[in-house]
Design a protein. Sequence first.
Length: 450
Amino acid sequence: MLDAMGQLFGPVRGGLGYSVILVGFILGAITGTVAAQVIAMALISLPVMIRYKYDMRYATGVLAASGTITQLVPPSLVLVVLADQLGKSVGDMYLGAWGPSLLQVGLFVAYTFVLSIVKPHWLPPVPKEERTLRGRALVVKCLWGILPCAALIFLVLGTLALGLATPTESGAMGAVGAILLAVLRHRELGQSGRRAFQALLLAGGIAALIGLAAFKSTAFQVAIALGYGAAAYLGLRAVRIAELRDLIRKAFEATMRITSMVVFILIGSTCFSVVFQGVNGGPWLEHWLTSLPGGVWGFLIFVNLFVFFLAFFLDFFEIVFIIVPLLAPVAKVVLAPVVGEDAALVWFGVMLCVNLQTSFMHPPFGFALFYLRGVAPKEVRSSDIYWGALPFVGLQLVLVALVIAFPKQVTYFLDDSRKVDPDKVRIEIPAEEPRPANPDEELQKLLERK
C-alpha cells in the first residue's frame, strides 16, 4: 500500500510525505499499536525518502508522527482504557475521536504542503523514471492495497457501529479477519483454501442481501453458518502453516504480557485511589481545581499542561489509571455546562487522548523515536530524529488547543443520539377491563338469594 501511494503522489512535491500520512491513518484504524506501525513504515519508506534526498528531519518526523496517529484513530487502545476509567461507552469515545483524528491528518498534510512551498528542495518529487505505474495498473495496485485494509476496518469498526458486535466481539472479529488475510496472501494456501474463500465471499454476499429484508430468517442464519464454516476452514489452514502458526503464537504471548501488565497497574492504581479517597482527597482536589482562575478554560489549560508534563516521565497507562480517576469527577462538574452532562467526559477523554500522543514523540520516553532509531540506517543521526519530531509535537499541541476551543468536533456525532431524561420517563400500564360476567353464575346467585 505504501508503494502504491508513493506512485500515486509521486509527481507532487512532498508526495512521499502525503503517502506516509495517509497510510499511517489507514493502518492506525487496523493495528492500534505504535511500535508495529512506526517500525513497518520506517523499514519501507525511510530508505526511499533518503534515496530521493528528502530532508532527514522531515522524513524521520513524519514517520514517527504518522505512527502515533494510531493512538487517536479508533479502535485506539488509549480510547478503550479511557472509556473504562471515565465510565463511558467505548462506542461514544470512538465517535468523539473521529473529528480530531481527521483534523490531525489535515494538520500534517497542511504542514507538508506549506513546507513543500517554503522549502521545495526538502521535499522533491519522485523522478519520472522511477514512476513505473500509470493509469489502470496504478489504480489496481492502490485498490489491492486499500480494499483488504477497508475490509479489516469494517470488521472492527463497522460491526461496532452497526450494533452487530460489542467492543470485545469487534476486536475478536478484527483478529479473525487479520488471520484470514494473512492466510489468503500466503503461498501455501492451496486450491481448497481459495475455494473456501470464494464460498466465504458468496455466503457473506447472500447473507447481506437477505439481511436487508429478513434479518432473523432461517435463510439468513444458514448463509451466516456457511460463512462461519468457510472462515473456520481458513483458520485451520493458517494453523497448519508453520510460519503463520508461529506468528499466532507470538501474538498470543504478546497479548498476555500486555494484559498482565495492565492488570497489575490497575491493581496498584485502585489501591492508590482508595487511599486518596479515604483521606478525603477527592473533595479537596475538586475545590482546588474549581477555584482556578479562568473557570472552565483555566481548568482545561491547567489539566492539559499538567498531563503534558507528566507524559515526560510516565507512560500513558500510568496516567490513565492513576490521574484520570482523580480528574474525572471534577471534569464532569466543570464541563457539563459547556457541552452537557452526557458529552462532558467524552470531550474530556478525547482531549486527553490527543494530549497523550505527545508522550510518544518527546524525550525522555518518546517510544516512537526509539523505535525509529532502532530500525533507521546508520547515516540517520539521533539528533535529526529528535529535532524532526518537534514540529509534529507542536502540531499535536495545536490540535489540543483546537479540541478545547471547538468541542463540537467531538460532540457532533454524539448530538445525533436521542437524549432521554430518566426522571421524565413514565410507564403507563392500561387498567385491566372487567371480565364479562358468566350468565350461568349470575343465575345461580339469584336462585341462592331466593
